[in-house]
Every structure is written in structure tokens, then in C-alpha cells.
Design a protein around this ligand. Structure first.
Ligand code: NDP
Length: 432
């Protein structure tokens, strides 16, 4: 706390991980002797920079850009870029820290990083978005590269923004490399990257359900968010036989007792870039509730897919009272520590973000592989690899938790499973 004052999100993420690593530290004294814990919570480096851009009225605006290069023990830094007014050093550090363990769990050679800006893309024209992205990349390009640091999308950064940034990188560096993932299909993306986090989340949940002898078939699912992760989680959960009844944005949530019609959601969010409340105006029988989150509805499964700390203890208790038995996190750290404790105390099977939403970065890793090979795999091939990676992550978590005496605790399993590979690499590479 003394070392990182005013960084509550980062402190929260570090406490959660360090607490669950206690049994590993006890069992492996070489970790303490080599300062692994002290080193792993300190980013290798972090950049903060001015991002000036000109708005449509000709006025200069200034935002702040960030990139944290957290840990490169097992591969080049890898992690998304977030554009949202809530972005600050604490948020970027928490995301970068979590990313290290998530990337490790995928088994692909990727270190951890994260970046972004407090720029708010809402209500901006395409030209403003482009000028911002170009300015942002003008500084960022000095610090990234296909063998150094490979950013991707996150909140507020989709195909359009990645395209503008990729174009600027290419122009400044005069090289065509896989320096960003989440690109457009015509210039180096991987098929299935758009779907990957949401699909991967459902593949992870499918394993959680199977482990408890059940499946998605006939289950009712509450999803929050209506962005990239939420949309494709909704699509896959529905394909696997479940009924998704909620989606949301930062203004409120929709409830459709007949199951969300995803064509309407995609039209509102992906085509018109509108607000989720339009759904209730277009689909008979559905409702929109302003200013609330979707955690008060009856459901078997909850998939929080919006943002950090969007599900608190009170929300968790409401879900438990409404019969929810399974939760997996699509967003990063959407559940507060109190909510996680409430779930675990009530016997809800809980899948933490760094395992459950690792499908996005895993497929980014597959995009990097395809870029290096100068090849592209089919949708089915990438989807199959994604599926197998998610199944493998689930079993890594279950095995790691059991090994250290915490059977079925996926939070501990994910932290331990992700940590041990990084720690072993750091030990092998000496004090650096
Ligand atoms: P998008 O920008 O596509 O969507 C974000 C969604 O969350 C929107 O519906 C947004 O609503 C909502 N949201 C954002 N802030 C808040 C808030 N303060 N309160 C309530 N709702 C909010 O982002 P993604 O879907 O890509 O990302 C969602 C989460 O998943 C993030 O935590 C991200 O880090 C994580 N993630 C994403 C991956 C990916 O591949 N995309 C990979 C792994 C994790 P509004 O429009 O009102 O802002």
C-alpha cells in the first residue's frame, strides 16, 4: 500500500493473487530467497504520455496515454488497450498484473502488459477517433514491436481503432508486422478473434458445468454488458442450449424472458453503435430498467461481461437467493472480493476472469502465430484450438487447486496455475 498509494484497483488485484499464492510460497522456499514475490508485483516498466489531438471543431484536446510492460519472463508483453474515462495508472497496472497470469494459463509464450487512455470514444466522430488513435500510436510505437510488446483491443478499442493504430504504426516504422492483434480480416486478423473471449468464456463454463455433471442445456443465463465479450458469450451460450435473459450497459439493463434476440442486439451495438435500451423499444415482451445491473433476476448461471467491480456482495447475495449456482467472469475483475467470498461460501462454483476470459488473448496468441507463419487458419481450426485451450485451462486450475489442498477453488487454481510457470521462468533467468 505504501509503495502504491492511490492505486486501489492494483492493490485489490495484488492482494487477491498473493493471498492465494501463500501455500505455494510456503511449499517452495526458493521463491522467497529469490525475491520472486517482490519482483512479480513490480512492473518491468511503465510509460505515461501526452496524447494531443484535434477535435472536429478544430480545438486541441489532450488525453493521457499509458502502457505498462509488466512481465516478460515467458514471452513478449501482450495485453489490450483500453479507451475509457476511468483509465488511470491504477487500472492499467491491475489489468497488466492480471494479464501476466492469464497469458501464462493459455500455455502460449506471452508475457503480460496493458495500456490505454482516459479518452472517451463515446459520441466522437470517426475522424476524431482516427486522429486520437494516430496521435496515441505516434508515441506508443516507440515502445512496441512484434518481438517486444504486442497490444490488442479492450474496452473502447475494437476493429476500427486497431485499424487506425495499425495504419499509423506501419507509416511510422515502415514495416508490416503483427505488432497489434485484433486487426481486420483483410490485413492479418485471425478468424474467430472477434468471438474468442465470449466463446472461450462459454467453453470454460461448459467444463465447469460438466465437472458438476450438468450442461448449458435448458439453463437460464444472466449476462451483463453489451460489448464484444457479452455479445459473443450470449451467442455461444444460446448455441449450447441455454436461454440468455439479460444484457446491459452503463446506463441500465434489458430483460427478455423469451431469450435475448442477438440479431437485434448486434444491430443496435455493432451497426448503429446505439444504447441497449433500444432493445426494449424493438422487442415485444422485453423490459429496460434504467440505472440498475442485471443481478436481481432468476438465473442458473451469471456471466458478468462489462467491467471491473460491477458485481458487489449485495448483487452476489441476490443472485444466490435467485438460484444462481455457476458464475464465470467474462470481464476483468467484475466481482468485488466480498462478492467472490459470498459465492464461495454459498457453494456457487466460481470461475475467475484470468482463467475464464483467457480465450481472447489465447486467440490473439494464435493471431501472432499466423502472422509469423504468413498463413491464416480456418474459423473452425482456430475455434477448435480455442476450445481445447479453454478446456486445458480449466483442468490446470482444478489440478493446481487440488495439489495445494483447495479442491474446486478455481480462484486459487488459476492464480497458482498461472504463477508457477512465470516463477519457474524468472528463477531460470536469474535476478533481472
Ligand atoms: P466493450 O467496450 O466492447 O464493451 C464494454 C461493455 O461494458 C459495454 O456494454 C459497456 O457499456 C459496459 N461498461 C463499461 N463500463 C461500464 C461501467 N462502468 N458500468 C457498467 N457497464 C459498463 O468491451 P469488451 O466487451 O471488449 O470488454 C468487456 C470486459 O471484458 C472488460 O473488462 C475487458 O477488460 C474484458 N476482456 C475483454 C476481452 C476482449 O477480447 N474484448 C478479453 C478479455 C477481457 P457502455 O457502452 O455504457 O460503456
Amino acid at each position: 500500500q505504501k509503495r502504491n498509494p492511490n492505486e486501489p484497483e492494483f492493490q485489490q488485484a495484488v492482494y487477491e493473487v498473493l493471498e492465494s499464492l501463500e501455500p505455494v510460497v510456503e511449499a517452495r522456499p526458493e521463491l522467497e530467497k529469490n525475491g520472486i514475490m517482490e519482483r512479480i508485483v513490480e512492473p518491468e516498466r511503465m510509460f505515461m504520455f501526452r496524447v494531443p489531438w484535434v477535435d472536429d471543431q478544430g480545438k486541441v484536446q489532450v488525453n493521457r496515454g499509458f502502457r505498462v510492460q509488466f512481465n516478460s519472463a515467458i514471452g513478449p508483453y501482450k495485453g489490450g488497450l483500453r479507451l475509457h474515462p476511468s483509465v488511470n495508472a491504477s487500472v492499467i497496472k491491475f489489468l497488466g498484473f492480471e494479464q501476466c497470469f492469464k497469458n501464462s494459463l493459455t500455455t502460449l509464450p506471452m508475457g503480460g502488459g496493458k495500456g490505454g487512455s482516459d479518452f472517451d470514444p463515446k459520441g466522437k466522430s470517426d475522424a476524431e477517433i482516427m486522429r486520437f488513435c494516430q496521435s496515441f500510436m505516434t508515441e506508443l510505437c516507440k515502445h512496441i514491436g512484434q518481438f517486444t510488446d504486442v497490444p490488442a483491443g479492450d474496452i473502447g478499442v475494437g476493429g476500427r481503432e486497431i485499424g487506425f493504430m495499425f495504419g499509423q504504426y506501419k507509416r511510422l516504422r515502415n514495416e508490416y508486422t503483427g505488432v497489434l492483434t485484433g486487426k481486420g480480416l483483410s490485413y492479418g486478423s485471425s478468424l474467430a478473434r472477434t468471438q474468442a473471449t465470449g466463446y472461450g468464456l462459454c467453453y470454460y463454463m461448459k467444463e465447469m458445468l460438466a465437472y458438476k455433471g450438468t450442461s448449458f442445456e435448458g439453463k437460464t443465463v444472466a449476462i451483463s454488458g453489451s460489448g464484444n465479450v457479452a455479445i459473443y458469450a450470449c451467442e455461444k451460450a444460446t448455441q449450447l442450449g441455454a436461454k440468455v435473459v439479460t444484457m446491459s450497459d452503463s446506463n441500465g439493463f434489458i430483460y427478455d424472458p423469451n431469450g435475448i434476440n442477438l440479431d437485434v442486439v448486434k444491430d443496435i451495438k455493432e451497426v448503429k453503435r446505439g444504447r441497449i435500451k433500444e432493445y426494449a423499444e424493438r422487442v415485444a415482451g422485453s423490459t429496460y430498467t434504467e440505472g440498475q445491473r442485471p443481478w436481481g433476476v432468476k438465473c442458473d448461471i451469471a456471466l458478468p461481461c462489462a467491467t471491473q467491480n460491477e458485481l458487489n456482495e449485495e448483487n452476489a447475495k441476490a443472485l444466490i437467493a435467485n438460484g444462481c449456482k455457476f458464475v464465470a467472469e467474462g470481464a476483468n475483475m467484475p466481482s468485488t472480493p466480498e462478492a467472490v467470498a459470498a459465492f464461495q461460501a454459498a457453494g456457487v462454483f466460481f470461475g475467475p476472469a484470468k482463467a475464464a476470459n483467457a480465450g481472447g488473448v489465447a486467440t490473439s496468441g494464435l493471431e501472432m502465430s499466423q502472422n509469423s507463419l504468413r498463413l491464416s487458419w480456418t474459423f473452425e481450426e482456430v475455434d477448435q484450438r480455442l476450445h481445447d485451450i479453454m478446456v486445458n485451462i480449466f483442468h490446470t486450475c482444478i489440478t493446481a487447486a487440488e495439489k495445494y489442498g483447495h479442491k474446486d477453488n478455481l480462484v486459487m487454481g488459476a492464480n497458482i496455475g498461472g504463477f508457477e510457470k512465470i516463477a519457474d521462468a524468472m528463477l531460470a533467468q536469474g535476478v533481472c
